[in-house]
Write a protein that binds this ligand. Structure first.
Ligand SMILES: [Zn+2]
Length: 309
């Protein structure tokens, strides 16, 4: 390789046209994903002070917003849900009639070309505001993963293109991929929040998602900003199964509101045999409420989607 003075790298920086000609990175509308927050109600548009131009919208208002976005050339949106009620298990996250699931059905029907992605986590839906299922004040990793995978599946059935798990539990990407594939939903991608730091930069999203942990913080599952190698290892691990990693300015630390819930327990077919919902003790969920309760719905919706493809 020749060096100065034979090589003068500034030759390619001299004019605007030259710089444009050799530019390696180009960003346009097609590179961006618009975040949308969907909330209960009708005709609701609630602007968010911390995120200018962004608001919480009911499903009907969300459809209007999507129409505007599509007309402007936006090609992808990422949905965050704010449920009417919250409970300990965050059951609204995997309810087939949940707020995000309803929004997906509407958007998919009206905007077949729009790329639909969804945040997949429990924190918007849990009364305690944490991203997982609790035992005492501990977050149970594997139980949470089973619920997060159920949430992803419900979004997939409702027509999502990409699910974006943000919970930071170990093993969630593999569990989601396995469950989606088992249900014939191989076409649905995973856009994992692989290296999500516990950070104050996420403040605006706290308001947007209308929730925050009721106690403690997220340090036991989100990354420490001081640990670069942990971030790289997490990203590599997720990339193997997910294939897509989003780049995000920040994320949110949801808080809890409206904690009194429709109890998942009441929907559990396993009754007292279910260690998660029957006894009130949180344990591994095989055969429990959520899995059993969703099965029939899953089958119906999945076959409906196959018919429409
Ligand atoms: Zn979360």
């Amino acid at each position: 390789m020749t060096t100065f003075p034979a090589t003068r790298l500034r030759r390619l920086r001299r004019t605007s046209r030259l710089r444009s000609l050799v530019r390696e990175t180009r960003l346009d509308l097609g590179d961006f994903v618009m975040p949308l927050f969907v909330c209960p109600g009708e005709g609701v548009v609630h602007p968010l002070e911390g995120l200018p131009g962004i608001g919480q919208r009911s499903v009907d208002a969300l459809v209007d917003e999507a129409e505007t976005l599509v007309a402007l050339g936006v090609s992808a949106v990422l949905l965050f849900g704010i449920p009417e009620e919250k409970d300990e298990e965050g059951s609204g996250a995997y309810d087939e009639d949940g707020i995000v699931q309803r929004a997906l059905l509407e958007l998919r029907a009206r905007f077949p070309e729009l790329v639909l992605a969804t945040d997949v986590c429990l924190c918007e839906y849990t009364s305690h505001g944490h991203c997982g299922i609790l035992e005492g004040e501990d977050i149970l990793n594997d139980v949470t993963v089973a619920h997060v995978a159920e949430a992803a599946l419900s979004h997939a059935v409702a027509g999502v293109d990409f699910v974006a798990p943000s919970d930071m539990m170990d093993g969630r990407v593999a569990a989601i991929r396995t469950l989606l594939d088992e249900r014939g939903l191989e076409r649905v991608g995973i856009m994992s929040y692989a290296a999500k730091y516990c950070s104050a930069f996420y403040g605006p999203f706290r308001d947007a998602a209308d929730s925050a942990p009721q106690f403690g913080d997220r340090r036991s599952y989100q990354l420490d900003v001081r640990n670069r190698s942990d971030a790289l290892a997490s990203s590599r691990r997720c990339a193997i199964r997910a294939g897509r990693l989003p780049v995000q300015r920040g994320d949110y630390e949801p808080s809890a509101r409206g904690s009194q819930s429709r109890a998942t327990r009441s929907r559990c077919r396993s009754g007292s045999r279910c260690r998660l919902h029957g006894s009130g003790r949180v344990r591994a969920p095989p055969g429990c409420a959520v899995r059993g309760g969703n099965r029939a719905v899953r089958g119906r919706r999945v076959s409906g989607m196959r018919d429409s493809r």
